[in-house]
Design a protein around this ligand. Structure first.
Ligand SMILES: [Zn+2]
Length: 256
């Protein structure tokens, strides 16, 4: 798998890997684009939702560049991807559109600025997640700027959300999550068992129909079947070091 393909990197840090966090009460997953969360942590979120966790999505950009068609109506694409994201959230076990939050930045133009940090911290303070999940900003050779910037914004927002002198204008109590899980991690140190929810993850990815051609490299049924087979194999490879038949890999940060 290419370093900039969506999904999951190989597990490289065998020997010091933890597994399976306690099911959080509330989890907040933050992605750059519609579909990033399903690629990064869909199996884990589905597993937790089945166990009673309230899952929230926060998507930072509008997905307006997610097509290879230079003549595409990007306003229509944004609306379509918004609907696809809500559907994917529901398929993972989420409660619906009220738990899908948006920053609304233009796709490809996200910058880790103070207003963005503030808005993400505001969502963290409002949702009060036990676990936050997002992109790893320290992933080497990560090409897409939105993925790097999202990781930076989320790490910075964790600090801003927990400390009372950041953004008192929110009028919300500070909130400190227990754990931060970074997907497509530069250094994997944690694996979640997703054996029971692989099919739900793939079903949620199927909701992102507008991305079949550009992201999943699937223009017909055979191409889609091949994509699913690649995902099954990748998740099996990731789970293997932990003895799982399927896994999602992360860099776990605790004591935030
Ligand atoms: Zn993305």
């Amino acid at each position: 798998m290419n370093a900039n393909d969506p999904g999951q990197p190989p597990v490289t840090a065998a020997g010091s890997i933890s597994t399976n966090l306690a099911v959080p009460r509330i989890a907040l997953a933050i992605g750059a684009h519609p579909d990033d969360i399903e690629f990064g942590a869909g199996g884990t979120l589905a597993k937790w939702a089945q166990a009673g966790c309230e899952i929230h999505h926060l998507v930072l950009t509008d997905g307006s560049k997610g097509t290879w068609d230079p003549t595409a109506d990007t306003a229509a694409l944004v609306a379509r991807r918004s609907r696809e994201q809500v559907e994917a959230h529901i398929r993972l076990g989420g409660h619906g559109a009220n738990d899908v939050h948006w920053l609304g930045r233009v796709d490809g133009e996200l910058v880790a600025d103070i207003p963005g940090r503030s808005e993400i911290a505001r969502v963290i303070r409002a949702v009060k997640p036990d676990v936050v999940l997002s992109h790893d900003p320290w992933k080497r050779y990560r090409l897409h700027p939105d993925h790097r910037e999202t990781g930076r914004l989320v790490c910075d927002a964790i600090v801003a959300a927990r400390d009372p002198h950041f953004h008192p204008e929110h009028g919300l109590d500070p909130h400190r999550p227990l754990h931060l899980l970074l997907w497509e991690a530069d250094e994997v140190n944690h694996i979640e068992d997703v054996e029971a929810t692989v099919d739900i993850k793939l079903h949620a990815l199927d909701a992102h129909e507008s991305q079949f051609e550009s992201t999943m490299k699937a223009t017909d049924d055979d191409g889609l079947a091949a994509f699913r087979e690649r995902m099954h194999q990748r998740l099996a490879d990731i789970g293997a070091p932990a003895g799982f038949s399927a896994g999602e890999a992360f860099h776990l940060m605790s004591q935030l």
